[in-house]
Design a protein around this ligand. Structure first.
Ligand code: NAP
Length: 308
């Protein structure tokens, strides 16, 4: 059957498969402390009339085989994965995407039409979409600084290099982690790893088109990974942290009239990508964002900086 195009008044054109989509989705990890994904996906399932529920499934590593056996029995659209299972799940799926393989982490999976399981990673594409579509930055030919060399930075740096960045300078508190990350992706473009506190990183800040915070600084501490006062006035600043929404970095960048967005955009964009993989429905970001913002405004738990 051919797909239908339907016009949703509040959202513009959305693409909906004419075949009824239904099935379960669960987030697995341990401990599960955040409900942001559950709020976004269930709002989108409701809005688009998809018969599905997004469940939080606290899953110790010893229960991964049982979880995947259950998914393979049928009735599932897919799953999402958080710490500490993003590498461990790779052995339980049948294939993974090129991005997930390069990043070395699976944070989502889909049940394909033949019943096989494909692992994918939404962080890189979600970051790129948020950076370009929400912040309005251009990755191609840009000079970019990234603070951080953990799991999120790996997805960010991969997205920037495959997006055609002119140069990426990674600054990290433990410089050897930045050097290792740069070395892993050296084939993809011009990338170096340095100490976050070094003159080399400060120099890169002074010449940056885009500056990204991919550390936990601002979430776990009331400080900034770098000083936006060192950036040119034209720099786009993106902070991956979304709890709190207004980090010291975001506040300072805003006070300097720099263009800046926080990690909520990435959270919404990566959810939109997973939702589209499971349902074929595009354009869910505005529904998800509205649900998330009203839940965050009403729920103190959503603003807890405790890490997941
Ligand atoms: P991670 O793997 O634990 O890495 C943490 C990073 O922060 C490392 O580079 C670490 O440096 C650095 N760091 C921690 N404390 C620091 C300090 N006091 N000074 C300087 N650097 C410090 O964490 P992750 O998974 O990459 O997550 C990083 C951040 O991104 C978190 O805030 C997370 O919530 C956010 N995130 C957001 C999204 C989104 O959708 N918006 C998605 C993924 C992640 P060392 O290597 O030197 O320890």
């Amino acid at each position: 059957m051919a797909p239908l195009m339907v016009l949703l008044p509040s959202l513009g054109m959305a693409h909906i498969s004419s075949e009824a989509v239904s099935g379960r989705v669960a987030l697995i990890g341990q401990p599960l402390k955040r409900r942001h994904s559950e709020i976004m996906h269930n709002a989108a399932f409701d809005h688009f009339g998809v018969e599905s529920r997004y469940e939080l499934r606290e899953t110790p590593v010893s229960e991964l085989p049982d979880f995947f056996a259950e998914v393979r029995q049928g009735g599932w659209l897919g799953f999402q994965v958080t710490a500490p299972h993003k590498q461990a799940v790779i052995e339980f799926v049948d294939s993974i995407t090129t991005a997930a393989e390069a990043i070395g982490a699976v944070n989502s999976g889909a049940v394909l039409p033949d019943g096989s399981l494909e692992g994918f990673n939404t962080d890189a594409a979600g970051f790129a979409a948020a950076l370009t579509e929400d912040l309005g930055a251009t990755i191609e030919s840009s000079r970019i600084v990234v603070a951080g060399a953990g799991g999120a930075a790996r997805a960010v740096v991969w997205a920037l290099l495959t997006g055609g960045a002119d140069q990426v300078v990674i600054g990290n508190r433990q410089p050897q982690r930045a050097e290792a990350l740069a070395s892993d992706f050296a084939d993809l473009g011009q990338v170096i790893g340095v100490d976050l506190q070094s003159a080399a990183f400060e120099e890169a800040l002074g010449d940056a088109d885009i500056a990204v915070n991919a550390t936990t600084v601002g979430m776990t501490t009331d400080t900034m990974a770098f000083d936006p006062g060192l950036l040119p006035g034209s720099t786009h600043v993106f902070d991956l942290v979304y709890v709190p929404m207004e980090t010291p970095l975001v506040a300072r960048a805003r006070s300097l009239d720099l263009r800046v967005r926080n990690g909520l955009d990435m959270l919404v964009r990566q959810a939109e990508i997973a939702f589209e993989r499971w349902t074929g429905i595009t354009g869910s970001a505005s529904v998800m964002r509205a649900a998330l913002e009203s839940w965050m405004a009403a729920s103190p738990e959503s603003r807890s900086s405790e890490r997941t």
